[in-house]
Design a protein around this ligand. Structure first.
Ligand SMILES: C[S@@+](CC[C@H](N)C(=O)[O-])C[C@H]1O[C@@H](n2cnc3c(N)ncnc32)[C@H](O)[C@@H]1O
Length: 272
């Protein structure tokens, strides 16, 4: 995948990624809002973390990147749900990206497009060192451990999934935060193929992250080599397959086939 000077990767699958991300964010917020409705006396706060948020734009075509998509989407829900507070915590390791993003957020605020019940914080932290605790806790210090919402991780390589503890820590400490991962399965395949590595198939690796339910979004039609998928993890049992948008429970027949493909495990009689 080509990586631009800003460290933000892009490929022929980027447009499909942004579309899939936006739709799933809608799904996630809608489900949490339904849960908030069920418990009207509890505190209503939706948290959204983007641990590798880029600078707000996709580098190849200057379309909106995940940070601006999230601000836009969450602001729409916030206008309609004034009794709910929405918190966005946007982080990137590149100071230039964070700075650019801050400028863009300022411009959106000036146009009054962010309602008052949306709070945005930006950070510049490395969230994938092998320990991961210190960075993550400094990002999480502003929230309580019962926080509800979504953490999004969109890395260029596979270190954050294979080497760092970031996802394990979040799953353990804040069980109500769902996790969305843009998985660079092509990078994982390369690492697995290298000598002297202890990389093992993704479908086994995710078992280390303590979540009850996993879904996978199948690759885009253009992605014949199974290079990119979304994985989503939650403890909320009401998530179902969304076949129109290529989302499947990983334990379903369809989900298992996709998981085998991205984990580079052959189904019977198949060449990959
Ligand atoms: C694929 S891009 C993310 C694009 C973004 N999600 C979007 O849709 O616009 C990956 C980003 O992760 C950042 N990054 C790389 N390593 C990181 C780390 N260890 N901690 C935090 N951010 C990191 C890069 O600077 C880059 O902006």
């Amino acid at each position: 995948m080509p990586i631009s000077k800003t460290g933000i990767g892009h490929s022929e699958c980027t447009a499909d990624k942004q579309e899939g991300f936006e739709k799933w964010l809608h799904m996630n917020i809608s489900i949490w809002l339904k849960i908030f409705e069920k418990y009207p006396n509890k505190i209503k706060r939706y948290y959204y973390f983007d641990l590798m948020c880029g600078d707000g734009n996709s580098p190849d075509n200057n379309e909106k990147g995940s940070a601006l998509i999230a601000i836009n989407t969450i602001s729409k829900y916030a206008y309609l749900n004034r009794d709910i507070s929405f918190y966005l915590i946007l982080n990137d390791i590149e100071y230039g990206n964070v700075n650019n993003l801050r400028e863009k957020i300022k411009a959106i605020k000036i146009q009054n497009q962010i309602p008052e019940n949306v709070k945005i914080k930006t950070y510049c932290q490395d969230c994938e060192n092998e320990d991961g605790y210190e960075e993550i806790f400094s990002l999480l210090e502003i929230i309580d451990y019962k926080a509800k919402g979504l953490v999004y991780l969109d890395p260029n390589g596979c270190k954050s999934i294979y080497k760092s503890n970031v996802l394990k820590v979040i799953a353990k400490v804040i069980p109500n935060l769902d996790i969305l991962i843009r998985c660079p399965t092509v990078a994982i395949k390369r690492c697995m193929g290298a000598k002297f590595t202890n990389y093992f198939p993704l479908k086994n690796k995710i078992k280390e992250i303590d979540k009850n339910i996993w879904l996978v979004r199948d690759v885009a039609e253009i992605d014949k080599r199974y290079q990119w998928v979304f994985l989503f993890a939650t403890n909320y049992r009401d998530y179902r397959a969304w076949k129109k948008e290529r989302w499947y429970l990983i334990d379903s027949k369809e989900g298992e086939i996709i998981m085998n493909k991205i984990s580079h495990i052959k189904d019977k009689g198949e060449n990959i």
